[in-house]
Design a protein around this ligand. Structure first.
Ligand code: ADP
Length: 493
């Protein structure tokens, strides 16, 4: 029974269906499918290198145009606030599209993704008139000051797991600092970005300031990264693609921000509040179909509570992780985003078994009326730290649970990873929490929670999880550059 009324396609206003869902291209098209029904829902034009060039030229022109260049911070903030209001006003439509296109439960898109999107834009709207430099005391003969200037034309390449909020994380600080943008959505989820483009127009941004292209990474993405008029590349996606992008961007020494993969640990100590630890550990890996770069996918539990944690975790998976249609209000877990992703997760189930780990539960395909790329939540135990399922990012509802004896062991095993994005700790001991938080090799640490991000707090990784920070005030640094001015006050040669 569908709790949200009519069938999803009928839920979308006719103008959206007409305008976007039947876009026909005589050239290459990309197909976007509904991963619940396995049927295509739309064909969308994929940008060619030439289309990317048109967008970059527009962004470059807009950067120097007085309608943007001379706009005061206050007025830039007004435009951004208007955009945030429009996103909030169309929240049901945008959530429907992402539920349809990405497979995430509609109620999650509506209550989490869309508020994250408009709140982030609104937060950075508030920064527009606060981005400023410093005066620096030197000698009586010199007056020195700095100003913060935009970097220029920014290429932003985003993934499919949170289509709109990933866009907001990048657009917000870029616009607040006065840059112009060409953003490429992921080929798996191009639809909600098209509507966002409509809202940008409605908000009244000068033409060329924000440009959206859809398309494939190899063609549109790489044309964007290599374009000579692009001054900065901001990317979120896999570590392998990030390395490739960094190499391409190096040719003209473009500024970069990279947010990549992870294999984040969740360390649960004997003194933890066990009920809370189980709930957060479950959310930390099973929410959003496990498709989260910061997912706490390696759970390490201290030996005294290991068995009780395991039985409670199994119970949480059985009671909370209800798989189903993304339109059903009781659904916790929808289909994976694509067949490729579904196949990849199942291949890791096989790898884990071949490596000799114990498949405690899940790891099975699951269907509605014989359709849909659903996978039952997967838990492996008896996992050696050398196994691929312990070391490699799976990006699905897939977790390994191991036990440890001492704090030192927990720390060294948590840090035994090429990644360093997030980490979570559960303990009631404040000193231990601070000791661990200081020593864990990750960009973010949650104490007594997991995935508890906030747009006001910096986000990013160390090691092979990325370069630079997004969100919060730190996000502004990634989109502005400091100019230093030295004024000679009379120091004659
Ligand atoms: P995933 O494996 O999760 O799909 P990717 O890193 O492949 O992650 O994709 C993330 C984003 O990067 C997408 O928007 C994709 O189109 C883009 N992308 C993929 N390959 C390239 C590339 N060679 N150059 C630029 N962008 C790319």
């Amino acid at each position: 029974m569908n709790s949200f009324g009519p069938h999803p396609i009928e839920r979308l206003p006719v103008w959206i269906q007409r305008q976007y869902f039947s876009v026909k291209s005589t050239r290459i098209t990309e197909l976007t499918a509904c991963f619940r029904t396995e049927k295509p829902i739309a064909t969308v034009q994929a940008a060619s290198a030439q289309d990317v060039d048109t967008a970059v030229q527009a962004a470059s022109k807009a950067l120097k145009h007085p309608s943007w260049k001379l706009l005061s911070g206050t007025d830039r903030g007004k435009l951004m606030s208007k955009l945030a209001d429009l996103i909030e006003k169309r929240k049901e439509l945008l959530a429907s599209i992402d539920a349809w296109d990405n497979g995430k439960p509609y109620k999650v898109a509506l209550s989490e993704d869309i508020p994250e999107t408009f709140n982030t834009i609104r937060y950075y709207a508030g920064w527009c008139d606060k981005v400023s430099g410093q005066t620096i005391n030197t000698t009586p003969e010199k007056f020195a000051y700095t100003s913060r200037q935009p970097i220029g034309v920014v290429a932003q390449i985003i993934p499919w797991n949170y289509p709109l909020s990933m866009a907001a994380w990048k657009l917000g600080p870029a616009l607040a600092c006065g840059n112009t943008v060409v953003l490429k959505a992921a080929e798996q989820t191009p639809l909600s970005i098209l509507v966002l483009g409509q809202l940008v127009k409605e908000a009244g941004f000068p033409p060329g300031v924000l440009n959206f292209v859809n398309g494939f990474g190899q063609e549109a993405g790489s044309a964007l990264v290599q374009h000579p008029l692009v001054d900065k590349v901001a990317f979120t996606g896999s570590t392998a693609t990030a390395k490739h992008i960094m190499t391409m961007a190096a040719k003209s020494l473009k500024n970069i921000t990279l947010e990549t993969g992870g294999k984040s640990p969740m360390v649960v100590f004997n003194d933890a509040d066990l009920e809370q630890a189980v709930k957060w550990s479950h959310l930390g890996i099973m929410s959003n179909q496990g498709q989260i770069c910061t997912a706490t996918s390696r759970i390490l539990v201290q030996n005294e509570i290991y068995n009780s944690f395991l039985s409670k975790f199994k119970e949480a998976v059985s009671t909370v992780s209800k798989i189903g249609d993304q339109w059903d209000e009781s659904t916790y877990q929808g289909p994976q985003v694509s067949k490729a992703q579904y196949d990849r997760i199942l291949s890791y189930v096989q790898i884990g078994q071949d490596e000799g780990a114990k498949l405690l539960m899940g790891g099975q395909p699951w269907r509605i009326d014989g359709k849909g790329y659903f996978i039952t939540p997967t838990v492996f135990t008896e996992v050696a730290d050398s196994m691929r399922i312990y070391r490699e990012e799976v990006f699905g509802p897939f977790v390994t649970i191991s036990s440890f004896k001492t704090e030192e062991e927990a720390l060294s095993r948590a840090n035994d990873s090429t990644y360093g994005l997030g980490a979570a700790l559960f303990t009631e001991n404040l000193s231990k929490a601070h000791r661990m938080a200081a020593e864990i090799e990750s960009g973010m640490v949650w104490v007594n929670s997991s995935q508890d991000c906030d747009f006001r707090v910096p986000f990013g990784g160390v090691k092979q999880s990325g370069i630079g920070r997004e969100l919060g005030e730190a996000g502004l640094e990634a989109y502005s550059q400091i100019k230093a001015v030295h004024i000679n006050m009379g120091n004659k040669l």
